[in-house]
Design a protein around this ligand. Structure first.
Ligand SMILES: *Cc1c(COP(=O)(O)O)cnc(C)c1O
Length: 396
């Protein structure tokens, strides 16, 4: 049985009629830039996420860039960012002229290791950008403590974590800004590029709103330099159809994650990561050895409400991850490595100094071990059975 890594049609095509109506409404309105559809979408997002201000943007990447620009971060500034993330987190920092300082991650939750982050703060550090990778929140108490102690801004990269929660609070609502993405592979997948920037701070919201539109206020008068970071009206209208169903998408992914965890734990050599080892690399390594672990399953921390943008397993042993990937693809099962290179290993960041790139061993190891398997909401039980059977075959 073929199981694609993601099937956007399974989610979108049943909504065809409503999407076409939404498109027709924008078409006949003749308004294609901003307007009531965008405003309505922003209000719905603000409500969904429990924040004061939500700004629809051209992409998740642009939302991150806009946040950095609105905070006045630029040349000479350093921004702390996990090295194990999608490129946009680090790229947006470099694009506004600041220096990304890469920090290692935790082998259990895959998120920034705040203890190692503390060692990388200098007099030039202006902000920290935690990334809620694969849909699970970072340790936000530790991030906040670090930020408050050193007077840093916090920009949450929530591209993979819309609706995800930490101790009952939405990811994206705990920093100065939260940035989300509606790229089709994200949990609220759009019809092209789109993003969202949220904040609870009125002044930052004003600045970001102005900079989203070239820094123009009033029209044709520019006291600051912004860009064009607007979301298309048609994108907002289409996304509104899907945001109504957002809870069911999350529920589907959470059910699928539970299914995998239950089924895969029956297989020999499969263990589930233990939050007791969060940021404790040596104790985890010992525990994996003691248990003869071959595959480590991801785990939801008790205080988190993850949305499972990815279900990412670790395949231990040299070359084993690539062997499992080849094996699954031969069975017609989609899978992907997020991410094969860490940010400190990227050629384009070779210009940064040793301080920016040192001490990232856990992330380097993860880049060789991680494999994400299909987790999208519309997967059938038979499809998940096929994934589990193929992994079982590999382990046999
Ligand atoms: C997808 C993603 C982004 C960028 O979002 P786009 O909408 O594709 O620009 C940023 N950060 C992370 C962690 C992502 O996964």
């Amino acid at each position: 049985m073929k199981v694609p890594l993601l099937d956007v049609n399974a989610q979108n095509l049943p909504l065809g009629k409503e999407l076409q109506d939404a498109f027709a409404q924008v078409l006949s309105s003749g308004q294609f830039i901003m307007g009531p559809q965008v405003e309505a979408f922003e209000m719905e997002c603000a409500k969904l996420l429990g924040v004061k201000h939500a700004l629809a943007c051209s992409s998740g990447t642009d939302a991150l860039l806009l946040a950095l620009m609105a905070l006045g971060i630029g040349a000479g500034d350093e921004v702390i960012v996990p090295t194990f993330t999608f490129f946009a987190s680090a790229g947006s920092i470099a694009r506004c002229g600041a220096t990304p300082v890469f920090v290692d991650v935790c082998p259990v939750c895959f998120n920034i290791d705040t203890r190692k982050a503390a060692a990388k703060i200098t007099g030039k550090t202006k902000a920290i950008m935690p990334v809620h990778l694969f849909g699970q929140s970072c340790d936000m108490d530790a991030v906040r403590e670090l930020a408050d102690q050193h007077g840093l801004h916090v920009i949450e990269d929530c591209a993979q974590a819309i609706g995800s929660q930490y101790k009952g609070r939405s990811c994206g609502s705990m920093g100065d800004f939260g940035a989300y993405s509606f790229f089709p592979s994200k949990n609220l997948g759009g019809f092209g590029d789109g993003g969202l920037l949220v904040t609870n701070n009125d002044e930052l919201a004003d600045m970001a709103r102005m900079m989203r539109n070239h820094g123009s206020k009033p029209k044709y008068y520019h006291s600051v330099i912004g860009g064009n970071f607007r979301m298309d009206t048609v994108q907002a209208a289409l996304l509104r159809v899907k945001s109504l169903r957002y809870d069911s998408y999350t529920a589907g992914r959470r059910n699928n994650a539970d299914y995998y965890t239950r089924a895969l734990l029956q297989l020999p050599g499969v263990v589930q990561a233990d939050p007791a080892h969060c940021k404790c690399v040596d104790s985890q390594r010992q525990w994996l050895d003691d248990n003869d672990a071959a595959i480590v399953l991801p785990v939801a921390y008790a205080h988190n409400f993850p949305i499972w943008n990815q279900y990412t397993i670790r395949v231990l042993g040299a070359g084993k991850r690539d062997a499992l990937k080849t094996h699954l693809l031969a069975y017609g099962i989609g899978c992907e490595v997020y991410y094969p290179l860490t940010m400190d290993q990227q050629e384009c960041f070779a210009y940064t100094d040793d301080f920016c790139r040192s001490d990232c061993e856990v992330a380097h190891q993860l880049a060789n071990e991680v494999l994400s398997i299909p987790i999208y909401a519309e997967l059938s039980t038979q499809q998940m059975e096929a994934v589990v059977a193929a992994i079982s075959d590999f382990l046999a």
